[in-house]
Design a protein around this ligand. Structure first.
Ligand code: GLN
Length: 472
């Protein structure tokens, strides 16, 4: 049996039925990882501790009731603080950061019994769509090593696609779970803003950042999502509400669906392949006898400019803490305090991050605040109201995940072209809505994704429609 190809669900039952042990699972993954180091997936690994934990898990006789993921290996995006394990956020700035505490997401998965194998490479501070902004170099797409795995959670996606784990964590500020999922042929979910605690998740743009899951199929995504969701008093934006049973709900018959379609909008892009895959998805819904309704999202195209004001503005505030004194890399041979700040930030941050800090600081400066930041917030409200209106008539909205398949590493040099990657994913972040990408279609032997966006806190319905859509 190839243990590394098993799904999360199969691993849970295999461990329970003692078909294999957690140590066997962990050791097997370590050997697969060792044979594929050229993919550059990990920033750091935690193999020794993983084996020790697996031994403990095997000898604890699988107390499955309290620890449903007991003995299951997994991978965290290197944006989640892990106590005592290097957490770099893909940046030289945090290359020597060993957090004194773990993120809530990390703690919860640990409490459920899972075992972290290591920390996945990512775009620096989650800014990027290709993984090329990482201080540690780009991750390669396991399906074709010339190609990008997407970003910023590219390491997390590559880890699952390369069979280094059955699921991984990621974060999505403007598409960073869904776009890599789509590029690597996986399922990726970004839950409702506030469903998953941001405590210990290194901040990029706090009003948009949300942790989520990448996995091989919808059921596994639902299972893993369960354990990272729920109220956390340590995060002031965490929503205090019950977490439904996602894995039961994803296969339930209790959900009625009306899927919102934005056919005119998609066709307006004039991209033949994009329109073709979208109409193929519509046909699939018709074949499955799922109700649909055309909807309007008149302000969707403004999402990109709005995002590229709000996200840099928030990042410039969040990243001001890395001053070489309180946090982060400290430059040597400095003349005075000002020089220390300049050199530490100048040497510690990469180019994309610096560019965003500059744009964000500009947008927030007096004189430009009203013209850029305030205006962007107003348009953000308009985009949210478009969704509120649409959800009066539909239960989810279907959009492409990206406009195309994974591109070659190094092929996109124009920053605007790179930013356009997220035209279909950013709207859900601006509205705080849950959204999922599932594999659908392919181009030039690379997978494409289709996206469903749900109403606030409707992850169950989202998982359910995705599951129905995927069934043969
Ligand atoms: N690609 C987008 C950006 O560069 C989104 C990143 C993300 O979701 N973390 O900002």
């Amino acid at each position: 049996m190839d243990l590394e190809t098993l799904t999360l669900q199969e691993q849970i039952s295999g461990l329970r039925d003692k078909k294999f042990s957690s140590v066997e699972l962990v050791e097997n993954y370590i050997s697969v990882i060792g044979n594929n180091e050229d993919l550059n997936v990990f920033v750091s690994n935690d193999f020794e501790r993983a084996i020790a934990k697996a031994k403990k898990s095997d000898s604890s006789n699988n107390i499955q009731q309290d620890m449903p993921l007991n003995g299951i290996p997994m991978v965290h995006k290197d944006i989640f603080c892990t106590e005592g394990v290097k957490t770099s956020c893909g940046s030289k700035m945090l290359d020597n950061f060993y957090p004194p505490y773990s993120a809530t997401v990390v703690e919860r998965l640990e409490q459920a019994g899972s075992i972290c194998l290591g920390k996945a490479n990512m775009d620096e501070f989650a800014m990027g769509s290709s993984n090329e902004t990482s201080f540690y170099g780009a991750v390669k797409n396991p399906l074709n090593k010339q190609k990008s795995p997407g970003g910023s959670s590219g390491g997390s996606a590559a880890a699952v696609a390369a069979n280094f784990s059955s699921f991984s964590t990621g974060t999505d500020t403007g598409g960073s779970i869904r776009q890599p999922a789509s590029f690597c042929g996986l399922v990726g979910i970004k839950p409702t803003y506030g469903r998953v605690s941001r405590y210990g998740m290194i901040a990029f743009a706090s009003s948009l950042d949300q942790g989520g899951i990448l996995a091989k199929n919808i059921k596994d995504t639902a299972i893993a999502l369960q354990y990272i969701s729920g109220y956390d008093p340590k995060d002031a934006t965490s929503i205090k509400t019950k977490v439904p049973n996602f894995s039961e709900d994803c296969e339930s018959d209790k959900f009625e669906h009306v899927v919102g379609l934005a056919t005119n909008l998609i066709n307006s892009f004039g991209d033949e392949n994009l329109s073709k895959n979208y109409s193929k998805a519509i046909k699939r819904l018709a074949k499955l006898k799922i109700k649909t309704k055309e909807i309007e999202l008149p302000n969707l195209e403004l999402s990109l400019p709005v995002y590229y004001v709000i996200a840099p503005a928030e990042c410039s505030a969040n990243l001001s803490r890395y001053d070489g004194i309180r946090f982060g890399y400290r430059a040597e041979n400095v003349d005075n305090l000002e020089d220390l700040y300049f050199k530490s930030r100048g040497e510690g941050f990469g180019n994309e991050t610096k560019k965003r800090i500059l744009i964000g600081t500009y947008c927030l400066s007096s004189g430009f605040y009203d013209a850029y930041y305030k205006k962007a917030q107003k348009i953000r409200n308009l985009i949210s109201s478009d969704f509120v209106n649409a959800f009066k008539d539909v239960t989810s909205i279907m959009l492409p995940t990206t406009s195309g398949e994974a591109f070659d590493l190094g092929s996109i040099t124009d920053p605007i072209e790179m930013y356009k990657q997220d035209i279909f994913t950013i709207p859900a972040n601006l509205g705080g809505l849950p959204a999922i990408s599932i594999p659908f279609g392919e181009k030039d032997n690379m997978p494409l994704g289709i996206q469903f966006i749900g109403n606030i806190l409707e992850e169950s319905s989202l998982l359910n429609i995705s599951n129905k859509f995927q069934l043969d």
